[in-house]
Design a protein around this ligand. Sequence first.
Ligand SMILES: NC(=O)c1ccc[n+]([C@@H]2O[C@H](COP(=O)([O-])OP(=O)(O)OC[C@H]3O[C@@H](n4cnc5c(N)ncnc54)[C@H](OP(=O)(O)O)[C@@H]3O)[C@@H](O)[C@H]2O)c1
Length: 224
Amino acid sequence: MEKSKVLVVGGTGYLGRRIVKASLAQGHETYVMLRPEIGLDIDKLQMLLSFKAQGARLLEASLDDHRSLVAAVKQVDVVVSAMSGVHFRSHNLQLQLKLVDAIKEAGNVKRFLPSEFGMDPARMGHALEPGRVTFDEKMEIRNAIEEANIGHTYISANCFAAYFVPNLCQMRTLLPPKERVNVYGDGNVKGKHIQTYVLLGFTYPSCMITPGFMPLPSNFHLTI
Ligand SMILES: NC(=O)c1ccc[n+]([C@@H]2O[C@H](COP(=O)([O-])OP(=O)(O)OC[C@H]3O[C@@H](n4cnc5c(N)ncnc54)[C@H](OP(=O)(O)O)[C@@H]3O)[C@@H](O)[C@H]2O)c1
């Protein structure tokens, strides 16, 4: 497989740290953004240093410093963003607009994978709050990428098993329900659990990382 120079933004996050490891495991020249804003966050720093020990290169850049972002993306062919976007936790998807601006100005990035990795936002116009903001903002990022004519891959992974299997798809908890299980719709929807288990595959490096780096058409939408 052709090897790429890959920059992971959000590399210490829940998904980002797995993307970094998968990229390293597949032999890609892997760069991880080190933001000065992490300050005294010792957990993040130690994780970044452990990536470095495994062969990653740390690139100092800030989403608040356009010059540093342009300089960072100029060093790579592929940018993968795992920016936070879970409404009940940390939610900063719109910061990726700054990344889009930097990639556009740098002009060398062949493929950008924005932070998607969930339901296809183009099909979620009917979604209710509080989760809806995630889909609206992911669409905003898609529009910015396409307007800037940046080569991209969108990965629609639907629901991660880690988030939806142990709690039997219940909202507001990650633990198994003890007293009551809500069944959505009329209870007759077929195949939901199969779909959930198929998604376990997404946690395996080859499934997760390969689509971004295979010789795909310049713009690509992968639904898992
Ligand atoms: N399908 C599913 O079931 C499912 C479940 C969870 C998440 N997701 C999706 O996966 C993607 C990543 O989510 P996640 O849970 O992995 O995210 P996360 O762990 O909450 O955060 C990821 C990273 O975002 C960066 N970040 C957060 N706030 C920032 C700020 N103010 N300025 C700059 N960077 C900031 C940090 O990067 P640093 O490493 O640089 O500090 C952080 O490590 C999202 O698009 C989310 O919707 C899908």
